[in-house]
Design a protein around this ligand. Structure first.
Ligand code: ADP
Ligand code: ASP
Ligand code: MG
Length: 468
């Protein structure tokens, strides 16, 4: 099927009945022109609420759990009342109650066991998206647009890494042909859950926090879609997070590589894995503001004409720095580094930045905070001999750091730029702990003390004149 448009609406873009109406309108408008598939997140705050309720269940706090379930119910019933006239509510109310009953069943199990098995968490947390798709599809129908709510567990096939699953594209394509394409061909607007999938044998999984962007790109690739539009609450991909840098400007166009680097280094506007499925087919992506749909947004494209230098700065504080250092004048550094990286690879830990000193043979690398435990277990097992015999100092972990990344195609070719960036950060009295320029051609990664992170971001943004 030709010219399919996949649209994804984030949590704030479906966060209330009013916002859902807006998202439905945008979907319906485009559907007049071409086939549309709409992917939706849970209403804003719902995923956190579900995860929180499960934590209460695990801790044996039945009151906390009940309060969570009540809030879940109130929010969706209220939205339903505002979206649909009374005579059209029955089927949807039934659907809402049955999904909430599912959540109750799963969390009661957790309460009894005092445990939160990852597989059950994934099944339960996806209920947020199932509720929002149900409401959105019902509202579209009530407005005369033929629509159907679809659970992505019937489309996206993943591995069994609960909480952070990866898609398997071939079986996903087969499912999409069987369970999604016939609806599109029949002129129906499918409203698909973001965030979730299932293993080939049907066990529910999720794609990581913020994963609805990724769901939409997986479906766009599987459908060979013409375009993907990601609707969010800012005007597009900006030179910095506007919450940190008031003068941040919208970028008209960025390359897949730039967008991927920004996402990977903490720019929440895109889930880090969103672009991977699209690059091969060169499917263009737009990031747009559902609160101001008339604005052009940002187009993500394969390449740009000319060289542009430093274009955006991003940061994340959810990281930890691990340092490994030989105890004396040994020459074991090189092989220790090889084994350390190998251990991290096997533990599925991503190294965000790596820096080494050849003289001391010491090295340090940055990992995501949520992967720190797995990293340390892997490292301590792989280096246990050296650690026990005192060839290495005890592994040092610094959790009070943050990562700042400056991104721009062609940036490395700009003479003196790195120096200007470092000077701008130092001028703010922020200490630079480590620098990793080598990780990619278009990114300079800088580790600083967390307290100085926001100041450093603003200083770099101003120094490189990125803003308006
Ligand atoms: P959604 O719920 O629509 O997926 P998110 O909250 O996940 O939205 O992402 C949008 C947010 O990303 C914005 O509100 C903004 O604060 C943040 N953000 C971080 N870095 C950037 C950036 N470089 N450009 C735009 N937004 C950014
Ligand atoms: N609802 C999920 C989350 O909050 C996925 C998403 O919004 O993209 O993480
Ligand atoms: Mg998001």
């Amino acid at each position: 099927m030709q010219d399919i448009l996949v649209m994804k609406f984030g949590g704030t873009s479906v966060g209330s009945a009013e916002r859902m109406k807006g998202a439905a309108r945008l979907s319906a408008q485009q559907k007049l022109r071409r086939p549309v598939v709409t992917v939706v997140s849970a209403m804003s705050g719902i995923t956190d609420l579900l995860l929180d309720s499960m934590r209460h269940a695990e801790a044996g706090d039945s009151h906390g759990l009940e309060t969570g379930i009540q809030a879940l119910q109130d929010r969706h019933l209220e939205a339903c009342r505002q979206l649909l006239p009374p005579h059209q509510r029955d089927a949807v109310l039934g659907g809402i109650h049955s999904l909430i009953a599912d959540f109750q069943r799963i969390t009661n199990g957790m309460l009894m066991l005092g445990e939160r098995p990852p597989r059950s968490v994934d099944e339960a947390v996806a209920i947020g998206e199932r509720l929002s798709t149900l409401l959105m599809a019902a509202y579209l129908e009530s407005e005369g647009v033929r629509a159907i709510a679809i659970n992505a567990a019937d489309l996206i096939v993943t591995d069994a890494v609960y909480g952070n699953a990866s898609p398997l594209l071939e079986p996903t394509r087969a499912n999409v042909r069987k369970n999604l394409l016939p609806w599109i061909e029949g002129g129906v607007l499918p409203v698909v859950t973001g965030f979730n999938g299932a293993t080939a044998d049907g066990r529910p999984t999720t794609l990581g926090r913020g994963g609805s962007d990724f769901s939409a790109s997986i479906l766009a690739a599987a459908l060979d879609a013409a375009e993907l539009w990601i609707w969010t609450d800012v005007d597009g991909i900006m030179t910095a997070d506007p919450r940190l840098v008031p003068g941040a400007a919208v970028l008209e166009e960025v390359t897949y590589n730039e967008a991927a680097e920004l996402a990977y280094n903490g720019a929440k506007v895109l889930h880090p894995r969103t672009l991977a499925p699209l690059v091969e087919r060169q499917i263009p992506v737009w990031s747009k503001n559902s609160f101001a749909p008339e604005k052009p947004g940002t187009k993500i494209v394969p390449s740009l004409q000319g060289r542009f230098g430093a274009r955006a700065v991003t940061s994340t504080s959810k990281v930890a720095l691990i340092s490994i250092e030989p105890a004396g004048d040994t020459s074991i550094g090189g092989q220790v580094m090889g084994r350390a990286l190998d251990a991290l690879g096997r533990a599925n830990v991503e190294v965000l930045a790596l820096s080494s000193s050849s003289f001391r043979q010491s090295f340090c690398f940055l990992v995501r905070a949520e992967e720190l435990r797995a990293a340390m277990e892997g490292l301590e097992a792989a280096l246990s001999l050296e650690l026990t015999h005192g060839y290495l100092r005890p592994i040092d972990v610094d959790e009070s750091v943050g990562l700042l990344a400056v991104v721009g195609e062609g940036m490395r070719g700009t003479a003196g730029l790195a120096g200007r960036i470092f000077t701008a950060i130092s001028r703010e009295n922020v200490n630079i702990i480590a620098i990793a320029q080598g990780s990619s051609e278009l990114t300079i990664s800088i580790v600083v003390h967390r307290d100085g992170l926001e100041k450093a971001v603003r200083a770099v943004h101003a120094e490189c004149r990125m803003g308006v």
